[in-house]
Design a protein around this ligand. Sequence first.
Ligand code: GLU
Length: 446
Amino acid sequence: MTVKARFAPSPTGFLHVGNARTAIITWLFTRSQNGHFLLRIDDTDLERSKPEYEQAILDGLTWLGMDWDSKANQKDRMARYEEVIEQLKTDGRLYACYETPEELGLKRKTQLSRGIPPTYDRAGLSLTADDIAKYEAEGRTPHWRFKMNHAPIEWNDLIRGPVAFKGEDLSDPVVLREDGTPLYHLCSVIDDIDFEITHVVRGEDHVSNTATHVQMFEAINGKAPDFAHLSLISDAEGGKLSKRLGSLSVKDIQNDDGLEAMSVVSLMSRLGTSDPIEAFTDIKSLIDSFDFSKFSRSTPKFDPDELVRLNAKILHDTPFDAVQDRLASMELSEIDESFWNAVRPNLEKLEDIKEWWEMTNDALTTIIEDEDKDFIAQAATLLPDAPWDETTWKTWVGKIKEGTDRKGKGLFMPLRKALTGMEHGPELANLLPLLGPEKTKKRLTV
Ligand code: GLU
């Protein structure tokens, strides 16, 4: 049987880290099984769904390297949903309810205050023709609920193991709004049947939804797929992801933070698994090592600093041809392979290379204070002979210590300011071989 899985984002916002993690894991699983990856856009909520969010989700997935074999939008499938809804009404599995949101809120409150679980009381099921006529005369239109069977619901979750619910503990889910538009639950089940989905991978916040979906699969005579519910990520302290972190979008990580896509993929594919978190420049090994049995049920901690650490490691291993075009778009097309190879061990983010490039460029204004003039002139005479490498700085400093009375900050700060025009910046030991003897001498000339 060919594996077919789907990632089903709602285009009501940008692709955020939590969703991206679900996408990455679903994609890796599918690719590890040579399966089919469906991108399903859950846009039944016509008011909140926006084309620009859908586009941002597609862009985010593309940036992450998550390609899809097919794509479907729920809003294009309304006729099919309608057909199934009619059938379920005929079968007596859907029933009309007339409560307003306020009335439902009040019922809930009363149940909670009496210590009763806040499940829907099924008042809709016992309405008389008179009750209905009265509501309709008031101008109310019904929403519709799916009637759960009071029976055990069980499945063997690929991550959580055996999961069991009792139908009677769950509220009958609303599947049709007052305005006649269908809600996510039923649409999702119909799609999973029609698109022959074999595996549903999603966050554990959907576990109780899944219990209701299992009965919907049965009611439509469909076969329920296998389920894998991922534990949700928490912040570094183990708390729920803050609003800022939870809504941290892939777009922000790409554009504002300037991080590499593979740092996100590396972290999100390994977080909460028994495999170590490592920096990967190539997705192949992540596909090959993917296995749901490595995922833990405990809540993994997401630390954005870890992304930056992985990012640095990824850059250190990235070959020149993988960044050449991006450097050109940063107006750094003059950078060649030898400069890239010399500088990449010092980069945390790709944009850091700008600083290095500017620093080794001729255009720099050096800073030489009056009181350092003699010292700088003397240091210039002590420069080691070419060729220069990363040991040159040490050799030079040794000679300066012998030949002058300077040491510590009094020694290196004037040199740093003369060579870089700044008080902070890259290690001088790394900078020196990039500058070479000619430019170095020029910058030390008072
Ligand atoms: N649109 C739903 C969500 O983003 C999809 C859940 C599912 O995978 O079924 O939570």
